[in-house]
Write a protein that binds this ligand. Sequence first.
Ligand SMILES: [Mg+2]
Length: 431
Amino acid sequence: MKVSDLVALDVRFPTSVTQAGSDAVHTDPDYSAAYAIVRTDAGDGVEGHGLTFTIGRGTEVCVAAIEALKPFVVGRDVDDIVGDWRAFSLSLTNDSQLRWIGPEKGAIHLAGAAVINALWDLHAKREKKPLWKVLADMSPRQLVDVVDFRYITDALSPDEALDLLESRAPTRAEREAELLRDGYPAYVTSVGWIGYDDATIERLCGEAMADGWSAMKMKVGQGIDDDVRRARLLRALLGPENRLMMDANQKWDVDEAIASIGRLAPFDPYWMEEPTSPDDVLGHKAIAHAVAPVRLATGEHAHNRVMFKQFFQAGAIGFCQLDACRLAGVNEVLAVLLMAAKFGVPVCPHAGGVGLCEYVQHISAFDHIAVSGSLDDRMVEYAGHLHEHFVDPVEVRGGRYVLPAAPGYSVQMQPASLAEFSFPHGTYWAS
Ligand SMILES: [Mg+2]
């Protein structure tokens, strides 16, 4: 079976109209995706679907980058790809000419994520399993063979990764049964977007608590007095026992972050997310040192495994918020999960956006079953928007993700949604 086509689509949802998704830096996001469809010559109609998340303008650049990867995918034998995932990933991320516009960062890396995830989706559908189960059924050796260890062997060697996975293997079945029974813990972000007024926050927070949520996130960084007022409001609504996370979305310089977190610390943030530039490893380290015991979280803009290696080595973050489609797909996610487990940093994946909840439920389930073996300090982000566009949308119950059962990686969108929100010619945008 060969790959017969790779189609790239620009899909945009007009979330800026309601301020859903707004934060201190991204004030008018239209949640969007550069969307990849992999077709084969098998004649069975099974397709692989993957996406990389964007927020409006620029999606067309990622679509062009996916098209630039076409020659590396179309015509390839699917069994060859699945038989050597590492080589396939390298063929996309390390091409001798294309790598100049990365390497392993920016639009070309986002495109690689969409394509690699589409191939994993195809593989899982052919196996008739949800992706988390495909991964959970792979042997430690098979999992290690997926990972590109270039540039991270000083932090984690393949042998160490193998030892770690083998140490968890005998008890995988217990944790799989636990997750199938109880679901995976989650927190909700969509109560506290920065464009929401106090009355909206109060209403959404009340509704979320009634639905069983006990952990919520608020956006900060709009102005410290405003932040403090909103933090006081949310803490009063939540009471002392529930978790309140805060997210500055890269707004502050290092000294400003230290001062601002000092003002917000009395409201007991469970973590402070993206306090400063996502590339500033030593800045995070300085902030973390100054604001302890408040712990820092980052990762949604950490563009590859080397960034995470440095955050871990520096002891700069208390939570790892990897993104399933900013890292180059499942392969690179595995590298970061393994490093996080070695360094003892809990992974709470980034999942605001469109399709990200659908993706990361698989990642966190697999992480618990086969890598970290723990739910302590671990939660998957949940935002309530746009799930109706997916064929197999996430299901949350009582503040926990229900493990997906349908084959694949869950990001396939409804054909009608693709037709309506394709940019610029879909029916929504054309009118
Ligand atoms: Mg965030």
